[in-house]
Design a protein around this ligand. Structure first.
Ligand SMILES: Cc1cc2nc3c(=O)[nH]c(=O)nc-3n(C[C@H](O)[C@H](O)[C@H](O)COP(=O)(O)O)c2cc1C
Length: 314
């Protein structure tokens, strides 16, 4: 695929390879270590607009970043008032780009009419975007192709989002009922791309350079967003762009250790060992006889011990 810059309003994104938001994974520690490896833009984990309004404490951690050039905040909610309030709030003051989540399939979010529930209410989705755009910030939207198999709302939604003032739309090429599995619906993304002038970013099932090439070839999208593929291979962005990475992180082992150390710096030794556990399967994907080794890491209660094990096994 062709790697190029993207312009959103007065902001230039250095390339069209995006790191997806992933709750529980793409936190401040992970983003800090992966961003220098070549993604053009990343996103915070989804953050409740209403939660911000009512002062929920965990949002400080979710919105923490030291790279506002390459990080957008992602918010979710169903009430235009709270959504705009969040975009204009102190919490988001340093973020130039705010993404609205209209794709989350998690039942507790959907049942509140938030996330992918908005795919079934295009009028409300439009009001939310319009209200957030009034903030003057760059507003982007992330959707899925529908709710049930066979749905294709992407083109209609993309047109609506463009008309409402969104600067970019990301389309996860799967319907809600398929969560994260199955081949992406390339045609739905293709049709959406042909319907609008704002950039369309394609997401879903990109785990290597070939998948990225395939996605862009089949959809005509302006760029790609990668989620699980970036945890499994943090070098995927530079592999796609062909850019040489500067710095000391050259292997998955280097990456895993840098990530663990960053997590320990932020959360302390014991918490870091626990937070790190969910990444172990990804980092050990190419290790032989990994089961026993992974099990040892899962039992580690200290980042120092975890690092010893990473040095031994990776
Ligand atoms: C554990 C996990 C957490 C996720 N959290 C978010 C989130 O906070 N916001 C969002 O828009 N999408 C979220 N997603 C969806 C991803 O951003 C992405 O759309 C999806 O995983 C498909 O991309 P992939 O096939 O490259 O993994 C999450 C996905 C996973 C697996």
């Amino acid at each position: 695929m062709e790697v190029h810059t993207l312009r959103l309003g007065d902001t230039q994104i250095i390339n069209n390879l995006f790191l997806a938001p992933m709750a529980g994974f793409t936190d401040y520690a992970f983003r800090s270590v992966i961003l220098p490896l070549g993604a053009g833009l990343s996103f915070t984990e989804l953050t409740s607009a209403k939660g911000l309004y009512f002062g929920a404490k965990n949002n400080y951690a979710i919105l923490r970043t030291d790279d506002h050039e390459k990080t957008a905040a992602q918010i979710f909610g169903s009430e235009p008032y709270f959504m705009r309030w969040a975009v204009e709030s102190e919490y988001l003051k340093d973020y130039k780009i705010v993404d609205i989540n209209m794709g989350c399939p998690v039942p507790k979010i959907v049942k509140n009419g938030e996330g992918s529930a908005l795919l079934a209410d295009i009028k409300l989705a439009e009001s939310i975007i319009k209200e957030c755009v009034k903030s003057g910030k760059i507003i982007t939207v992330k959707i899925r192709t529908g709710i049930k198999t066979g749905d294709d709302i992407a083109a209609e939604f993309a047109k609506m989002a463009e008309g409402a003032g969104a600067s970019l739309i990301t389309i996860h090429g799967r319907v809600r009922e398929n969560y994260y599995s199955g081949e992406p619906d390339y045609n739905a993304i293709y049709r959406a791309k042909r319907s609008v002038h704002i950039p369309v970013i394609a997401n879903g099932g990109i785990f290597n350079v070939r998948d990225a090439d395939d996605m862009v070839e089949r959809t005509g999208a302006d760029g790609v967003m990668i989620a699980r593929g970036a945890i499994a291979d943090p070098f995927i962005f530079s592999e796609i762009s062909g850019d040489k990475i500067s710095g000391n992180i050259k292997t998955v082992k280097d990456f895993a250790i840098a990530h663990l150390r960053k997590e320990a710096e932020i959360s302390g030794d014991a918490r870091a060992a626990i937070e790190f556990r969910k990444f172990v399967t990804y980092y050990f994907k190419s290790v032989e006889n990994a089961k026993q080794k992974r099990a040892e890491l899962m039992l580690s209660e200290s980042a120092v011990k975890t690092e010893e094990l990473l040095n031994k096994y990776l």
